[in-house]
Design a protein around this ligand. Sequence first.
Ligand code: ADP
Ligand code: ASP
Ligand code: MG
Length: 406
Amino acid sequence: MALIVQKFGGTSMGSIERIRQVAKRVIKEKLAGNDVAVVVSAMSGETNRLLDLAVKMGGRQDDMETDLIISSGEQISSGLLSLALKNEGFDAVPLLGHQVRIATDESYGKARISSIDSDNIYKILKTGNIAVIAGFQGIDSNGFITTLGRGGSDTTAVAVAAAVKADRCDIYTDVDGVYTADPNIVPDARRLDVVYFDEMIEMSSLGAKVLQIRSVEFAMKYGVNLFVKSTFTEGKGTQIKFLGDDKDMEELQVSSVACDKDEAKISIRGIPDKPGIAAKIFSRISDANIVVDMIIQNISVEGHTDLTFTVSKKDLKKALEITDGLAEELEAKEVISDDKIAKISVIGVGMRNHYGTASTMFDVLAKENINIMMISTSEIKISCVIDAKYAELAARILHDAFNLGK
Ligand code: ADP
Ligand code: ASP
Ligand code: MG
């Protein structure tokens, strides 16, 4: 007998009929003799609908009221799935984040889990019940509801799996595994049997929302046995695992292409170039809890320089308020922004052992006349910022160029 954590995403929980289908998957695992804890997302579209209501009332992403409102979709899902399981004759207990005691910090809208009371879950499982846990939500030290950032039910599932020392954590979604690129953008994309944690971290942070990045970090830290599978079809899915001594690794230069359209670019132009400028700009931005991704500074011309950086689109307005104020203070010429950009990336642990990945990428983009605005690299990824209108085309041609297709 094993202890399995299953997680079902928004599309999987999208209707009464689909929730009945989900119940069947849960029951199958239970009938195989396993203890099962299930983590559920809100029905598809529900979190957006709730967020929209909060925003219309003047709520911001980091307000505690917004978290209280947007966490409610998962409450409904856990109740519905628990009912579906009971209708099939199985004992189930619906649980909210605070009942499991998923403790978090107080960063509303992007809270981090600090601990989970595993005894509570064990007690439920020991009596033969299926625990049906609302994903995405936790509770801070003052007893207020928090949420874990968009896509956060993945993190709930992995954190629960780590807390109860589950034998496996299966993330069920609307695709049958992790692909060489988003299959909804690149029709030729191929399912991967295995993805290494290092690659998955890059993929998630570079726009492959199939797993929330924090869930991957958590799984890596606690050694959770993690799979991505389809709710709707049978199959072995994709295993996310540690890099061992697999022979294939050196042969594959690039293993996936990712695309992120959630960033915007800000340039401060004509800044008098002197020590401390970057420190001043980026400390103000980080004091406002805004994460900066890519940064480039041009060489100085006649004592003046330009600085360009990217932030998440949702932080653009706040970042511009800060940079507009700073431009005046620093006597910079102007601030311009662009939210019609995309970051296209190629990823692969095999890149460490190959030369020429970057030049191939730049060549391929140049041949289609796609201009590169910014570049960033690490040992296992290369990212380029391009015009958003070329995002899908770039994903497809890079996927082809690195022979990732079927
Ligand atoms: P859920 O609601 O189940 O959490 P998400 O919408 O968050 O599902 O994530 C699944 C989606 O991730 C897929 O429908 C797919 O469009 C997208 N995706 C992006 N990149 C990839 C990739 N490399 N492999 C698989 N899916 C990907
Ligand atoms: N329902 C939340 C969201 O839409 C969490 C999740 O689906 O993982 O972001
Ligand atoms: Mg998701």
